[in-house]
Design a protein around this ligand. Structure first.
Ligand code: NAI
Ligand code: OAA
Length: 334
């Protein structure tokens, strides 16, 4: 029996993500929470002929607590999306408080659940969840994940496009490490499972790297005020959730990049800090998953000089984003 819960389930990401979780045969119960519209979304999904029993909850009558009771995995896409001209950090003002309050609900009702944070800015919202959990004495770094899968999905697609064979996209794997905003997104294209064409020019490599780093902006611009990536994010979120669930069920050797606290597995986390050359608390790297969550954090491996430059450029912004999330909770009473 597996209960999955989506917080922000009526939104642009929440609805298609809930659909994909309803379609996942590993899920037997699906709890949907939002401040609006969840009864309708739940009624609609409940007619789909898959195992999951679906319930929708709203804030009155302890809806958050009811949604979270018995949760094994909680996915959080609640919060406002970007409009053209905004950075992800501009969302902090509104989303930090939303994520803090939802994290408080999880800490008190489902402290053992795996928590997958989608709400932006991920580089700061994951530390917010961790700090809330620490205040409640329930923080387990192995179970907290910032969802960076969309960067990986984009890298696979864009590399396949460069190779002129979109049908290769599902089998192209590119480690994307660092964080989830602009220059903190570091695609390690030299490690693509399908190499780029030999003699791939450096200006093309730079353009491809930038496309992965700023793929979110491409969608924000195209949607022209109507929000940011929702469908590709729902796909990516469901992919990552499915890997976490398969690992929970005992499948071995599942690896997926995610933004985690580097204490999640001490030896490999410390080794990664050495590779990065900085005492960062959080970083996105390929993670081996198991029934208890993080089993180990994989090393970055050999970086090209260009990728080393990307890493150096990412570190100051990551540090600032992490500190912003940590100090938001700071000494505040919850
Ligand atoms: N990690 C990633 O790769 C990505 C993250 N995002 C982020 O995901 C978030 C959601 O994006 P969209 O779904 O497009 O936005 P949206 O506005 O369509 O949906 C957000 C939903 O959250 C709900 N919500 C607001 N406050 C809430 C609360 N206190 N409790 C529960 N639900 C609440 C809203 O009612 C709405 O239904 C944004 O912060 C966006 O930046 C978006 C794409 C990719
Ligand atoms: O760009 C945004 O604001 C949404 C997001 O995180 C992405 O699409 O990667």
């Amino acid at each position: 029996m597996v209960k999955a819960v989506v917080l922000g389930a009526a939104g642009g990401i929440g609805q298609p993500l809930a659909l994909l979780l309803k379609a996942n045969p590993l899920v037997t119960e699906l709890g949907l929470f939002d401040i609006v519209n969840t009864p309708g979304v739940a009624a609609d999904l409940s007619h789909i002929s898959t195992p999951a029993k679906v319930e929708g909850y709203l804030p009155p009558d302890d809806g958050l607590k009811k949604a979270l009771t018995g949760a094994d995995i909680v996915v959080i896409p609640a919060g406002v999306p970007r409009k053209p001209g905004m950075t992800r950090d501009d969302l902090f003002k509104i989303n930090a408080g939303i994520v803090r309050d939802l994290a408080t609900g999880i800490a008190t009702t489902a402290p053992k659940a795996f928590v997958l944070v989608i709400s932006n800015p991920v580089n700061s919202t994951v530390p917010i969840v961790a700090e809330v959990f620490k205040k409640h004495g329930v923080f387990d770094a192995k179970r907290l994940f910032g969802v960076t899968t969309l960067d990986v999905v984009r890298a696979s697609t864009f590399v396949a496009e460069v190779l002129g064979d979109l049908s290769a996209a599902p089998s192209v794997t590119v480690p994307v490490v660092g964080g989830h905003s602009g220059v903190t997104i570091i695609p390690l294209l030299s490690q693509s499972s399908k190499p780029l064409p030999s003699g791939f020019a450096s200006d093309k490599l730079e353009a491809l790297t930038k496309r992965v780093q700023f793929g979110g902006d491409e969608v924000v611009k195209a949607k022209d005020g109507a929000g940011s990536a929702t469908l590709s994010m729902a796909y990516a979120g469901a992919e990552f959730a499915s890997k976490v669930l398969r690992a929970l069920k005992g499948e071995k050797g599942i690896v997926a990049p995610s933004y985690v606290h580097l204490s999640a597995e001490k030896a490999s986390g410390d080794a990664l800090k050495k590779e990065i050359g900085k005492e960062l608390e959080y970083f996105s790297a390929p993670i081996e998953l198991g029934p208890e969550g993080v089993v180990s954090i994989r090393p970055l491996g050999t970086l090209t000089d260009y990728e080393k430059g990307l890493l150096s450029a990412a570190i100051p912004e990551l540090e600032t984003n992490i500190e912003k999330g940590v100090s938001f909770i700071g000494n505040s009473k919850l």
